[in-house]
Write a protein that binds this ligand. Structure first.
Ligand code: C2E
Ligand code: MG
Ligand code: MG
Length: 729
């Protein structure tokens, strides 16, 4: 055997030595010498064969180890050397057991295994010189002598660690596949399901037999459009993988959310061979998340947002308000008389009272407003869609009014009130923290002046609120006390220079403040709804005046009145008709001025109403044209007679190039649509001559006359006052 020391090798040595002795002793003895010579020749041939065999064994990759019957190593080829890391010299003569990985495989078992299973292949664990343990396939066979008695053992070993590992891995993968909590679905390249696991069946309700051969469309819920799935497939195509949330449908019809990861499997050529999708039912998780979110962001008692959510929402709203240059306001609400109720009637009553209060506050506000409970008896409201800062005061009033009616809890009739402090964005502060602090300060001030009431943080806003309140209160009586009156501004025909119309402009002769301009009270009247009465009064007064002038024999002129958005209701045509009839004025002498903003939300209803008015012979004109969101398409739709170029464009004519261009564009557009054009606020000859060149038909403005009282206007008419011809000469 390789490495020497084999018993056969030792025998040969002895035979060779004997033969040489025989040769030496039998000098001249022909027969003995011949035998000795032959022996030596044989020994040499045997040695040659041994050498050849040893070489062959060494070249064999497998390791071959020979042992005697007691298990002591007698032979060790190169393969064994490579496999175990020991050189032959290190192992020959040692007992085979030291190569075992598991010490409990003792000597006895070696013999047993061998004797019982001689020749059988086994998988065993062995230890290398490095200490590393590996799996080997071992085959043992007996070496027998000529009589057939066993003389030793040959062991063939090969390293099967990798084979075992890949088998192990396959087994492991199969186990994972089957026992995974997540549903797994594998399709072929044509999207036909080839394999599903147990969790798949548990989640979807389909057995493996039912699913196999189908496509994953089986699970679709109809909650996602085709474009959703197209996008999913596109991503898998490009990136090899998609993951996200999908609403699927179980066999029993229930729709549930799943978290899905879909991947494509490609072969070495890069062709897709399979798709696999791993998914989990996230219904519970979502529920838990919602619950956690709810607990973190909502007040459990009133179900209103809590402080944390309030800050989040307001921070967000402030970002948008900054971008859109909007106003906003925070209202800090502190209840009055809550503490004694809570202390005397108990917390259960107190809790229910807070719930009802929260409800009333919520119901009073619009959906886009935020109302939150900060804790205790403190609530806070955020408003971000107010057109004007003062509107926060109106909302505060509404909230106070909502708390007015008694609360009934367990037969107790309870009244609470509140003090409300208001801070305004961006005037008072830019961030939630500051605005809340200032609203809190304002609330304390409100409490000091008047137990139930509201106050702005800024002094100026308080003053405005106070003014507003005065105007509102005064205006309620103004009509009854006959404090309203009309002034009239002539509308002048540019070509003839003659007065062809009048615009009635309302004035309020306030008992303390003197004459109040409409800019100071019309907005308040619009907000409070009082405008409807004001307009009714104006319509009546203007029509009566126009008729009176006609009856007095003055040249007939068209009387224009201004309308507000609130007047623009379906009752308007009837109302106008009634007034005209009552005073005997023909409809062609009445003109209604409306603004673009009133047409912004143009519905079929609005168009119908305008058509109705036009058919009755009333003229409609579009006031302040150019200041709103004018669009040609709506202009075409409305039966409008006249466009009034807003004063803001006239004021800088002819100096400002772009204003000139705008005025020019409005004029030519109006002409094309067959409308008349009138310019407002004309103060200079230069303005007028420019407007004339543009083709304006009429003008209004201080150049001819400011709005004047009825008698003065009548005097102008009577004298047939005209624009001096030299003005435009
Ligand atoms: P408006 O309808 O555009 O009325 C024209 C305004 O411009 C009037 O202001 C008028 O006095 C002013 N004005 C006229 N010519 C000149 C000028 O040459 N230079 C300058 N600087 N101003 C001139 P007023 O009377 O203060 O009315 C303001 C606005 O109030 C009106 O604008 C109208 O929108 C509204 N208004 C007036 N009366 C009524 C009414 O009876 N009902 C409604 N709903 N609104 C009214
Ligand atoms: Mg007007
Ligand atoms: Mg105007």
């Amino acid at each position: 055997m390789p490495g020497g020391g084999s018993p056969s090798g030792g025998d040969l040595d002895r035979i060779e030595a004997l033969a040489r002795e025989l040769l030496a002793a039998g000098q001249g003895n022909g027969a003995g010498a011949a035998v000795a010579g032959e022996l030596l020749e044989r020994v040499a041939r045997l040695r040659e064969r041994w050498r050849e065999q040893a070489q062959i064994l060494d070249r064999i990759n497998e390791s071959i180890i020979t042992l005697d019957l007691d298990g002591y190593i007698t032979g060790w080829n190169h393969g064994a050397e490579r496999l175990f890391g020991y050189a032959a010299a290190e192992v020959i003569g040692r007992h085979i057991l030291f190569l075992y990985a598991d010490p409990e495989d003792d000597d006895a078992s070696f013999q047993d295994v061998f004797l019982e299973h001689g020749g059988r292949e086994m998988e065993v664990r062995r230890r290398r010189k490095s200490g590393e343990i590996f799996w080997a396939s071992l085959q043992l066979s007996l070496v027998r002598d000529v009589e057939g008695d066993p003389t030793g053992v040959i062991g063939y070993l090969s390293d099967i660690t990798e084979r075992i590992a890949s088998q192990e891995a396959l087994r492991l993968h199969a186990r994972i596949f089957e026992h995974s909590d997540e549903g797994i679905l594998i399709t072929d390249a044509e999207e036909r399901i080839v394999s599903v696991n147990r969790a798949f069946s548990r989640i979807t309700g389909y057995t493996a037999e039912e699913a196999t051969g189908q496509t994953p469309r089986l699970l679709r819920s109809g909650q996602h459009g085709p474009s959703f799935y197209e996008e999913v497939w596109r991503r898998i195509e490009v990136e090899g993988r998609w993951q996200g949330e999908i609403q699927d449908q179980r066999k029993d019809g229930e729709i549930y959310p799943t978290w899905v990861s879909i991947s494509a499997v490609r072969n070495v050529e890069g062709m897709i061979t399979h798709y696999f999708s791993i998914f989990s039912d996230i219904t519970e998780r979502k529920r838990a998340e919602e619950r956690i979110h709810y607990l973190a962001y909502y007040d459990a008692l009133t179900e209103l947002p809590n402080r944390a959510l309030f800050f989040k929402l307001v921070d967000q709203a402030l970002i948008e308000a900054r971008r859109n240059r909007q106003h906003g306001a925070l209202l800090f609400i502190d209840l009055n008389r809550f503490k004694p109720i809570n202390d005397t009637l108990g917390h259960s009553v107190g809790d229910r009272l807070l719930q009802q209060i929260g409800q009333r506050l919520r119901e009073t506000l619009r959906t886009e407003d935020v109302v939150a409970r900060l804790g205790g008896d403190e609530f806070v409201v955020a408003l971000f869609d107010i057109a004007r800062r003062d509107h926060a005061g109106i909302v505060a009033q509404k909230l106070l009014a909502a708390l007015d009616p008694v609360f009934v809890i367990d037969n107790h009739e309870l009244t609470v009130g509140a003090a409300i402090g208001i801070s305004v964005y961006p005037q008072d502060g830019f961030d939630t923290e500051t605005l809340l602090r200032l609203a809190d300060i304002a609330m304390y001030r409100a409490k000091q002046t008047d137990e139930d009431g509201y106050a702005f943080y800024s002094h100026e806003m308080n003053q405005r609120a106070l003014d507003r309140l005065k105007i509102e209160n005064g205006l309620r009586h103004a009509i009854a006390r006959n404090e309203l009156l009309l002034h009239y501004q002539p509308k002048v025909d540019i070509a003839s220079g003659r007065i062809v119309g009048a615009e009635a402009l309302v004035r309020w002769r306030h008992p303390e403040r003197g004459m109040v301009a409409p800019g100071d009270f019309v907005p308040v009247a619009e907000e409070t709804g009082l405008i409807v009465q004001v307009s009714a009064w104006v319509l009546e007064a203007a029509v009566r005046q126009a008729r009176a002038w006609q009856q007095a024999g003055l040249a007939p002129i068209k009387m224009a009145i201004n309308l507000s958005a609130r007047d623009f209701s379906s009752a308007l045509p009837e109302r106008v008709d009634r007034v005209l009839l009552a005073h005997g004025l023909a409809p062609e002498w009445l003109e209604l001025e409306i603004t673009e903003s009133m047409l912004m939300h143009s519905t079929e209803r609005v168009i119908d109403m305008m058509d109705d008015l036009a058919q009755r012979g009333v003229t409609l004109s579009l006031d302040d044209f150019g200041t709103g969101y004018s669009s040609l398409s709506y202009l075409k739709r409305f039966p409008i007679n006249t466009l009034k170029i807003d004063r803001s464009f006239v004021v800088n004519i002819p100096g400002d190039v772009s204003d000139c261009a705008i005025a020019g564009a409005i004029a030519s557009m109006a002409k094309q649509l067959g409308h008349k054009v009138i310019a407002e606020g004309v103060e200079t000859v230069q303005q007028l001559s420019f407007l004339k060149r543009l083709g304006c038909d009429e003008f209004q403005g201080y150049l001819f006359s400011p709005p004047v009282a009825a008698e003065e206007f009548a005097a102008m008419l009577r004298q047939d006052q005209r624009l001096a011809p030299q003005v435009l000469a």
